[in-house]
Ligand binder design. Structure first.
Ligand code: PMV
Length: 311
């Protein structure tokens, strides 16, 4: 048996929309930070036939089946038992597919001696879920053209940001991200503007990270997130991922900022709010969000490492 760990990542410049060609390629450059406080643990072992256990329950997952088929088109991979568990809500906008595919390719690579380096693991993770390409690496990671491999931008100790995740629902999301982004590409009247702006947002966020300029990063990351949700909301049928508690948390983050705290929010395809802050503000942010009506749980995290094999 081989075991790998990986952390989910949250995008500060989002990926929402794919290119119209094979390979699961994003339409826009995107970048993320890795979350040490949330972990996927995946065990891989030989088995008479493929078996998939998610959070201790045997399940079937067509996306995983297709991914294994693609992998077996290139490598000799025997039937496997894959036993994967998350210490955080699954399929609820906390990037469990990112950490899931990153942990899985890392474990299979070691278990079956595929001989992949991190860049190649990142490409295979991307085939499963594009954001998973970023979870192969730790710290600050970009997913950019022309190769659309994830590229480590800065290590986590470059800028020890903290993240407070406010969980407002444990329900799996109603529309998965792959289906949602295709709907947005085909129906949102603002999709082209979203694609057009992405390169500028990516450049501004990269520069803010390089200079550790919190206010600039906060401005571009919050606006980029709200642009993505505008695309979601203007898709037909609409994609509405927020709960009233999500909106209350966003308002609370803005008021914390007015009180002088260094914090901004970002939200993915789900109702959870991720408040990114400087360490000096983390206690105040965690206590304010845990007291916000509708918040079920607050998870605190520093920045994490990349996916790795553990004994
Ligand atoms: O990689 P996927 O299919 O799980 O899509 C990720 C989409 C967002 O989380 C909303 C944005 C992102 O860049 O992670």
């Amino acid at each position: 048996m081989t075991t790998a760990h990986a952390h989910p990542n949250i995008a500060l410049v989002k990926y929402w929309g794919k290119q119209e060609k094979p390979g699961n390629l994003p339409a826009t450059p995107n970048l993320s930070i890795s979350l040490a406080g949330l972990t996927t643990v995946t065990h891989v072992s030989d088995a008479p036939s493929d078996t998939f256990i998610l959070n201790s329950k045997e399940t079937s997952d067509p996306k995983l089946v297709r991914w294994l088929e693609a992998l077996r088109g290139t490598f000799d991979v025997p039937p496997l038992q894959i036993d994967s568990g998350n210490d955080f809500p699954t399929s609820a906008g906390l990037a469990s597919s990112a950490s899931g595919f990153a942990a899985l390719i890392t474990a299979i690579n070691a278990h079956c001696d595929l001989g992949l380096n991190q860049e190649m693991c990142s490409e295979w993770a991307r085939v499963g879920s594009a954001s998973a390409a970023r979870s192969i690496f730790g710290g600050f990671v970009a997913l950019v053209p022309p190769q659309w491999q994830a590229i480590p931008m800065a290590k986590r100790d470059h800028w020890p940001l903290e993240v407070v995740v406010a969980v407002t629902s444990n329900e799996p999301k109603s529309v998965n991200s792959g289906e949602g982004m295709e709907r947005s590409r085909l129906t949102s009247p603002y999709y082209n503007a979203w694609v057009r702006d992405a390169t500028t947002d990516f450049a501004a966020a990269s520069e803010a990270i390089e200079r550790r300029d919190f206010l600039s990063l906060a401005a571009v990351a919050e606006l980029n997130c709200l642009k993505m949700h505008s695309i979601m909301l203007t898709s037909q049928p609409t994609l509405s991922y927020w709960t009233p508690a999500s909106i209350a948390c966003m308002d609370r983050v803005r008021s914390l900022r007015e009180e002088g705290h260094d914090v901004f929010f970002t939200v993915d395809a789900g109702p959870q709010i991720k408040a990114v802050c400087l360490p000096a503000s983390a206690d105040a942010v965690a206590s304010a969000l845990s007291e916000t009506p509708g918040v079920l749980e607050v998870i605190r995290s520093s920045l994490g490492e990349g996916a790795r094999v553990v004994l």
